[in-house]
Design a protein around this ligand. Structure first.
Ligand code: FBP
Ligand code: MG
Ligand code: MG
Length: 358
């Protein structure tokens, strides 16, 4: 029975499957498993201090970042919810150095690869700001066999599905299977995801941008030019006033842009040696790009389509600019106008390994 005339997630994915007569139902089952993990994480996040889950786990992930207790718990929930169904040939997580292969004796191998950031924006957990989980689904090159690390190195254009859950005032799941971007709100009483925002559409134009301005001294000239012009407002070359937001939670920023437009930038910069951006290509930038493009927006490295990038390693980072298409195109245009040699690769930058005293 539809709830208040709206479809549930289960009904939506069954309808989607009808469009693919050869489909076995494995993708639907995988999405159900992912959405179960998200429900479980949502319960933990909602309990906050009462759930004894805040604070640090006193460990570091592969990227040298401090792991929060909830990072570790959420990772475990994703692994447990998605291994038993037998729909994955392997998983990649922000919190694990190597791909995870479910124990062979217990669980069969499936035909999909699941890549995820189990808890995004974790610096916000202790201050009770919206956090989320992000996931990307690829086809396993060798179905029903152990996934190899290189199997995960597919460009974003190969994704069959992507989405995120946001744990905010309400819990929502935002999903694309390549046929539009749709948002489902969790009815906590029924435990059902209800299709509350079908066919999201990002306006082409916006006057709202999001960037961590504390990094401005490390930006490339094109990014600096773009932001300076926004800040100049009505009196500047753009002739309009801009608003600015920075939540420091990629999922929350994406959600705002899907709901009302805007542009988000975490560009390549020269802040840290050997780091080509802050966000991770395979389980942050690619799935968000798929959702944004399916909602009519643009997602870019700052220079070119992000989903066309051929990945080199599973935890690779990348510059990321996405949102309302007119603004993203403008950032790309500013980069293309720059002489090629203006970018100081982090290795040789002011704070880089081989920095020279100026
Ligand atoms: O600390 P900064 O520079 O504001 O960066 C914030 C960014 O880092 C992230 O928190 C990275 O994600 P994780 O919390 O999963 O490591 C993004 O959600 C957010 O956009
Ligand atoms: Mg993240
Ligand atoms: Mg994370």
């Amino acid at each position: 029975m539809p709830i208040a005339g709206k479809a549930t997630l289960t009904q939506y994915i069954i309808e989607e499957r009808r469009r693919h007569p050869g489909a076995t139902g494995a993708l639907n089952a995988l999405i159900t498993d992912v959405s179960l993990a998200c429900k479980a994480i949502s319960r933990k996040v909602a309990l906050g201090a009462l759930g004894d889950v805040l604070g640090s786990a006193s460990t570091q992930n592969v990227q040298g970042e401090e792991q929060k207790t909830l990072d570790v718990l959420s990772n475990d929930m994703f692994l447990r919810a998605n291994e038993w169904g037998g729909h994955v040939a392997g998983m990649v997580s922000e919190e694990m150095e190597e791909p995870y292969l479910p124990p062979q004796q217990q669980y069969p191998r499936g035909k999909y690869l699941l890549l995820f950031d189990p808890l995004d924006g974790s610096s916000n957990i202790d201050v009770n700001v919206a956090v989320g989980s992000i996931f990307s689904i690829l086809r396993a090159p060798t179905p029903e066999a152990d996934a190899k690390p290189e199997d995960f190195l597919q460009p974003g254009t190969e994704q069959v599905g992507a989405g995120y859950a946001i744990y905010g005032p309400s819990t929502m799941l935002v999903l694309t299977l390549g046929n539009g971007t749709h948002a489902f709100t969790l009815d906590p009483q029924l435990g059902e995801w209800v299709l509350s925002h079908p066919n999201l559409s990002i306006p082409r134009q916006t006057s709202e941008f999001a960037i961590n301005a504390s990094n401005s001294r490390f930006w490339e000239p094109a990014v600096k030019r773009y932001v300076d012009e926004c800040l100049a407002g009505k009196e500047g070359p753009r002739g309009i006033d801009f608003n600015m937001r920075w939540i420091a939670s990629l999922v929350a920023e994406t959600h705002r842009i899907l709901m009302r437009g805007g542009v988000f930038m975490y560009p390549r910069d020269s802040k840290e040696s050997g780091r080509d951006g802050r966000l991770r290509l395979l389980y942050e930038a690619n799935p968000i790009s798929f959702l944004i493009e399916q909602a009519g927006g643009m997602a870019s490295t700052g220079r070119r389509r992000l989903m066309a990038v051929e990945p080199e390693s599973i935890h690779q980072r990348i510059g990321f600019v996405f949102g309302s298409s007119d603004e993203v195109a403008r950032v790309e245009a500013y980069h293309s106008e720059e002489p090629q040699d203006t970018y100081q690769a982090p290795l040789f930058g002011k704070r880089g390994l081989f920095a020279t005293a100026a």
